[in-house]
Design a protein around this ligand. Structure first.
Ligand code: PLP
Length: 417
């Protein structure tokens, strides 16, 4: 028998093994200063392309004022306890009502965190007789929700409707035997590569197969659809989505989330969702702050317009310069380059130190070996000057990558990994 920690001591995991070279710089970096298009990294101003503050609300003076006033009035503890027990208020209900109306559903329920919230939504929606069919590229919180499921689950190839149909046929056979139902799960926007989930095509399959549809619209809420009401609205199929989820952690620039559906389903979730029944209610500061943010989202189209002006400038600029940005149909802007993890590290360091560009890198195992993904998140607070500086920097680093400069510089890292 081995000591429990033996495995951990031997193998730090696919990302953890790079910690010696990466920590504090590529991972766990410390960005200082007010949240915005320019922040400080290691004491130097950088253009920040790695923050999901899509609408630029995080540091908006009206929002900061509401947040501060709510903190003064309620502190950060109120209300204490879970919603069901002692953590329920009229303001929570008000926010739920407004969110439900905004996303065109009968009812909504607040979640204290997005991750646990959707995990627990999945857990509550299915029993062991049910079958889950979900996109293979789903976010970790969906995967973890599926992990709790005691029945069958199938993945379909990313955004591949043929593969989804094959799995719906398998799922239908199983559900017919067990007497259960089928839950299909997609994201509204896939956060790594920026593709929209094929919500329309998936919804159309409802005429052939009997399933319920759950959409995680973390990146679509606030950025797509009428006034930012999400990817379902953008694709004209919001009414075909049975359970709609979005987080406050992106466009709303806050913490918390919500799930929206028919009243019957939300009433069920209120009494059965373990992450909310056995955990503290969303704090009043966040609820008051979310009401203000939602109001700005609905009534001030300039934030979304500015966001898309910057998205279009950045994505068109990259495409015109010959960069591969995949098939993004959202604000998430991936730039694919060919190279190893050590090369990616040297390249990103060059971007930060010599071009003052701060963006996230994504490498294997999140994407296939040999690819480097630089992930840029344009926001409403960026400027066209930020875009043109970035485009020039990207052309320069691509040239260095192609000339093998980063490969040479990365040899020390490769040999010690
Ligand atoms: C698709 C998706 N779902 C859910 C979450 C979790 O949201 P939260 O940060 O509110 O826990 C995220 C956050 O990264 C996400 O990208």
């Amino acid at each position: 028998m081995k000591d429990l920690f033996y495995r951990i001591q031997q193998n730090k995991g696919p990302l953890g093994k790079w910690a010696k070279h990466a920590e504090g710089y590529f991972v766990f970096p410390k960005l200082d200063g007010p949240i915005g298009n320019r922040m400080k990294f290691n004491g130097k101003e950088v253009i920040t392309w790695s923050i999901n503050d899509y609408l630029g609300l995080a540091n908006h003076p009206e929002i900061r004022k509401v947040d501060a006033e709510a903190a003064l009035e309620y502190g950060s503890a109120y209300p204490m306890g879970a919603r069901m027990m002692s953590g329920h208020t009229e303001v929570h209900e008000q926010l739920e009502l407004e969110l439900a109306q905004f996303v065109e559903k009968e009812s909504a329920y607040l979640l204290n965190f997005g991750y646990q919230g959707i995990l627990s939504t999945i857990d509550s929606l299915v029993s062991k007789d049910d079958v889950i069919v979900y996109d293979v590229d789903a976010h970790a919180c969906i995967i973890d929700g599926v992990r709790l499921h005691h029945g069958k689950r199938y993945t379909y190839q990313h955004n591949d409707i043929e593969s989804l149909e094959k799995n719906l046929i398998r799922a239908t056979k199983i559900a017919t035997q067990t007497g259960g139902g089928i839950l299909v799960i997609s994201e509204g926007v896939f956060g790594m590569r920026g593709e929209q989930g094929k919500l329309k095509e998936i919804s159309n399959l409802k005429s052939k197969y009997n399933f319920r549809f759950l959409v995680d619209d973390a990146h679509g809420f606030g950025t797509l659809g009428k006034n930012g009401s999400g990817a379902g609205n953008e694709q004209g199929v919001q009414d075909k989505i049975d359970v709609y989820f979005a987080t406050f952690a992106k466009s709303m620039a806050s913490t918390g989330a919500f799930v929206a559906a028919d009243k019957e389903i939300i009433d069920f979730l209120k009494y059965n969702m373990r992450s909310q029944m056995f955990a503290k209610s969303l704090q009043m500061v966040l609820v008051k702050g979310a009401l203000k943010r939602l109001d700005m989202l609905r009534s001030r189209p300039e934030f979304k317009n500015n966001l898309w002006k910057n998205v279009n400038a950045l994505q068109n600029g990259l495409k015109n310069s010959g960069f591969d940005i995949g098939s993004t149909k959202s604000c998430v802007t991936p730039v694919y380059l060919k190279g190893s993890i050590p090369e990616a590290m040297v390249l990103v360091k060059d971007l930060r130190e010599n071009y003052s560009i701060f963006c996230s890198i994504v490498v294997y195992p999140v994407i296939p070996k040999g690819l480097i993904l630089l992930r840029l998140i344009p926001t409403a607070s960026h400027t066209l000057e930020d875009v043109s500086i970035t485009l020039e920097a990207f052309s320069n680093i691509r040239e260095k990558l192609e000339k093998g400069i980063y490969k040479r510089l990365s040899q020390a890292i490769s040999s010690s990994a």
